[in-house]
Design a protein around this ligand. Structure first.
Ligand code: GLN
Length: 189
């Protein structure tokens, strides 16, 4: 199993470490030729969605990645990665990859709550610790989107078929539940 980690900007190294710890092989995606040969899963890390989105377009990666996801490649987006996958962002005119039928709100917790920790149920997999850093939340979901977690009434994790997103950063805690779920999605695909 070979998982590509988008490594243009943001917290990609932590995903590599966590997936490596779970026995998965990872490689970094920095340019078009990195995704010319087949791979089994894709991680889009946290960081700045505007920066990552711009780089994806400039490097000619947007359409290729969109097609791979539409063809069923399992993808896991955290935080900025959630925003890149969202079909709609309420407070941003951009749509980046736009493959997942969710509406997101950027930088949604205000200045005071820019970064915070919480713990909440993740699907039926028990409680997981959650680190939020200038995080988005999901304000609306389409049919076929499964809501996995809520914090303070807001949706912070969801899945639609081959796409998994979290508003928080599971790679910054020791708990491996979310990454293990992503590996199960890859195994099942
Ligand atoms: N605030 C960032 C954005 O709008 C996301 C923050 C993160 O990925 N930790 O893209």
């Amino acid at each position: 199993m070979k998982i590509g980690i988008l490594a243009l900007q943001g917290a990609f190294a932590e995903h590599e470490k966590m997936l490596g710890g779970l026995g998965a092989e990872t490689f970094e995606i920095r340019q078009k030729r990195d995704i010319e040969t087949a791979f089994d899963g894709l991680v889009i890390p946290g960081g700045e969605s505007t920066v990552q989105g711009k780089l994806l377009a400039e490097l000619g990666l947007t359409d290729r990645i969109k097609t791979l996801i539409k063809n069923g490649l399992p993808v896991f987006g955290t935080c900025a990665g959630l925003l890149l996958l969202a079909k709609r962002i309420e407070n941003d005119e951009h749509v980046y990859l736009g493959t997942m039928d969710i509406t997101a709100v950027r930088n949604a917790y205000g200045r005071q709550l820019g970064s915070f920790s919480a713990a909440a149920e993740f699907g039926d997999m028990g409680e997981v610790p959650m680190t939020f850093i200038r995080a988005p939340y999901i304000s609306g979901v389409g049919d076929g989107v499964e809501i996995l977690s809520r914090v303070g009434g807001r949706i912070v994790a969801a899945r639609q078929g081959n796409m998994l997103v979290t508003a928080f950063h599971p790679e910054l805690n020791d708990n491996e539940t979310v990454h293990a779920m992503f590996l199960d999605m890859i195994k099942a695909s």
